[in-house]
Design a protein around this ligand. Structure first.
Ligand SMILES: [Zn+2]
Length: 230
């Protein structure tokens, strides 16, 4: 890994030599990038290439999300409730969510970021499904819905969907949204059980279930994916 100053900011970069015919640039984090180049490219050509693209690097690197270091996470906000995270190095992996004292104990056998992510996700995903099912049950009783299977997925672009058979899918990470936004997503999909399209009939019905339907929907479009942690 080499370093270079571009626009008064220090960047680190790595060079990957491979059988390609031209130089390529890929941003990795807000302060690092990768240069891929043909195997025999001289150093000065690479440097010239970086300098030539420095404006592009400086501007676009600001938009690259920083890599999440899960061990540095201090807390997790689940449906607006803040849980403190406590990491402990142990023999066996486990995650204990204590609702009473609002703490999540994360016991990990390996320190790597990838491993911590895996352990956390393995526990939080079923928890999300449980929370979603509980909430759906309440709405079903209140408004008279009946649905099929409920599953959680990790679709990055969608929050939920409703199949023609009445099965409901949700992105498990919607539990990191504020409660009213979370509920809005569930009500949206429940509403699809009766109205398949997004016609005015659909929205007029949804606003009965969620009076803040419009601002909630807007918020989800603008902010939603920022809340995804995995
Ligand atoms: Zn929809």
């Amino acid at each position: 890994m080499a370093t270079i100053y571009l626009g008064q900011k220090k960047y680190s970069y790595s060079i990957i030599r491979k059988p390609i015919s031209s130089l390529r640039l890929r941003l990795k984090t807000p302060r690092s990038f990768i240069v891929s180049c043909p195997r025999l490219t001289p150093e000065f050509v690479i440097n010239r290439f970086i300098k030539k693209n420095q404006n592009w690097i400086v501007i676009h690197s600001q938009k690259v999300p920083a890599k999440k270091i899960y061990k540095n996470l201090k807390n997790l906000v689940i449906l607006g409730e803040e849980y403190q995270l406590q990491f402990v190095k142990t023999q066996r992996d486990s995650v204990i969510v204590s609702v009473l004292d609002k703490k999540i104990y994360v016991n990990i056998s390996k320190d790597s970021n990838k491993h911590i992510k895996l352990v956390l996700e393995k526990k939080l995903r079923p928890l999300a499904l449980k929370i979603i099912k509980q909430e759906l049950e309440l709405f079903a009783k209140k408004y008279g819905f009946s649905y099929g299977n409920v599953v959680v997925r990790n679709q990055s672009s969608r929050f939920g969907s409703c199949s023609s058979r009445g099965n409901l899918n949700f992105n498990w990470q919607i539990i990191f949204f504020p409660l009213d936004k979370f509920r809005h997503i569930l009500l949206h999909e429940l509403n699809h059980l009766k109205i398949k399209n997004h016609s005015s009939v659909f929205w007029n019905q949804l606003v009965i279930y969620d009076p803040n339907c419009k601002p909630n929907n807007l918020w989800l479009k603008k902010e939603g994916t920022k809340y995804f942690l995995f």
